[in-house]
Design a protein around this ligand. Structure first.
Ligand code: NAP
Length: 283
């Protein structure tokens, strides 16, 4: 039976350390969240982020724009936040309602304040192995792996999904940790047999319980990034949890695995960005 990775406990530990770190600063880190429209799931995510900020001493600023606002309205809001010295991190809550060009708006965020790590500048820095702001969810997964393994060198890692938000940066981070990475997507042929080779399987598709026990080799580390709402209202990941847990050595649950780590990494990125903008070297 696999060890169930308690992402909430690991995130709480990191948040506690960050809280002390923030208390020792001579300035208050600030995170601005821009929410467009009234998507209920996005509202829940934004509330969670703001609550987490308050808990550790980050000042949060929430800007709500109606779904019928224009691309220029959002751009103007981002420009104002880029120029605001009290705001060190700017997050545009995705997805935007239909009709907006999210890519263009994300690129408008100053790379120094891009706490989601989605600007081309930060993507490029990640690709080059340089310091920057890295996307939160893959950074959280990297920490979960490093909590268990001193080194990831030589491990075969399958990443299912190739989004810019998760799959691509995750594969890059694993590569930088000297894993041999197989990046899978909707056109991949024979996904089960590729997964079966992997020491690490990371699923980020958005299909409930897609990864089955017979896809996973004995002793694998399985990270479930997916969040799916079932007909009964419950949340499920992309992994068939109970069956896979019987084969793997490590598994993350949904909820309580990757989700809390994503928020913890957002807080870390905000404090890192604030320190850099205030000339404080990274500790
Ligand atoms: P996305 O942009 O929709 O990407 C999904 C990826 O899955 C795509 O690359 C797609 O391939 C691939 N895919 C679709 N069907 C597939 C199949 N049958 N076999 C193999 N690959 C397939 O989603 P995302 O933003 O990366 O998010 C993925 C999941 O993670 C979602 O459930 C999301 O809610 C969740 N998520 C959770 C967190 C968290 O904090 N826990 C954070 C981010 C995302 P193509 O590229 O070929 O279309």
């Amino acid at each position: 039976m696999a060890k169930i990775i308690d992402g909430k406990a690991i995130a709480n530990k990191l948040n506690g350390q960050l809280q002390s770190d923030v208390a020792a600063l001579s300035f208050v880190p600030g995170l601005a969240v821009v929410l467009v429209g009234d998507d209920p799931a996005s509202q829940v995510y934004v509330r969670g982020k703001i609550k987490a900020c308050e808990k550790i001493g980050i000042k949060s600023f929430e800007y709500r724009l109606p779904a019928n606002c224009t691309q220029d309205d959002i751009a103007a809001q981002i420009d104002a936040l880029n120029a605001d010295a009290n705001v060190h991190g700017v997050l545009l809550q995705l997805p935007l309602p239909d009709g907006f060009d999210s890519k263009a708006l994300i690129q408008r965020i100053s790379p120094e304040k891009d706490v989601d790590g989605l600007t081309y500048a930060n993507m490029g820095r990640l690709m080059a192995g340089d310091e920057g702001l890295r996307p939160c969810t893959p950074s959280g997964c990297e920490i979960l792996l490093k909590e268990e393994f001193d080194s990831l060198a030589g491990k075969i890692a399958v990443v299912i999904g190739r989004s810019e938000l998760f799959g691509k940066p995750m594969a890059q981070m694993l590569l930088q940790n000297d894993c041999t990475v197989i990046q899978c997507h909707s056109k991949t042929k024979d996904l089960p047999s590729l997964c079966k080779q992997a020491d690490i399987v990371i699923a980020a598709v958005g299909r409930a319980e897609m990864v089955k026990a017979d896809w996973v080799k004995d002793g694998a580390f399985v990270i479930d990034v997916g969040i799916n709402r079932l007909d009964n209202g419950k949340l499920a990941g992309d992994v068939d949890f109970n069956a896979v847990a019987a084969k793997a050595d490590y598994i993350t649950p949904v909820p309580g695995g990757v989700g809390p780590m994503t928020i913890a990494m957002l807080l870390q990125n905000t404090v890192l960005a604030a320190k850099r903008q205030n000339g404080v070297p990274k500790i």
